[in-house]
Design a protein around this ligand. Structure first.
Ligand SMILES: [Cu+2]
Length: 151
């Protein structure tokens, strides 16, 4: 009779231990898939980013404006040389310091540059080599000019 009680108690402890162990063990597999979920989520984010950027490349390769970054400061343009394609619209974004102009006499371009950012858009309608410069008195003489080649 005592043996049966002892065996019963042992079975109870083993069973209790089994369920506790299984319960504890069951949470870990649940956690692992949850940790695994963000990883595919992160993977899908770059995929989404790659999509739009992949769409932009064909657009810029079409009749969209060619985008160029330049710096206009005291007293310089950077770069000092540009090469553009005839009849291809161009959009130049200037990181600007001070008050200047971006002027190309032969192409009818004469835009003032104010603030920290300024944009100039035009279409180079002639081939040749042209000078771009700043019309503020003393600036061109101080070095604020460059050479544009249209091919
Ligand atoms: Cu200037």
């Amino acid at each position: 009779m005592k043996n049966i009680l002892i065996i019963g108690v042992v079975i109870l402890f083993v069973a209790a231990g089994y369920f506790i162990f299984k319960g504890g063990g069951g949470e870990e597999p649940d956690t692992t898939p949850q940790l695994g979920v963000p990883a595919p989520g992160f993977e899908s984010v770059p995929e989404t980013v790659v999509g739009p950027s992949g769409d932009e490349e064909p657009l810029s390769g079409a009749s969209q404006a060619e985008e160029i970054s330049m710096v206009s400061g005291n007293l310089f343009f950077d770069p000092k040389g540009l090469t553009l394609t005839k009849d291809q619209p161009v959009k130049i974004t200037f990181s600007n310091n001070g008050f200047h102009t971006f002027t190309i006499d032969e192409l009818g371009v004469d835009q003032s540059l104010r603030g920290s950012t300024a944009t100039v858009e035009f279409i180079p309608t002639k081939t040749g080599t042209f000078e771009y410069y700043c019309t503020v008195p003393g600036h061109k003489e101080g070095g604020m000019f460059g050479s544009l080649t249209v091919e």
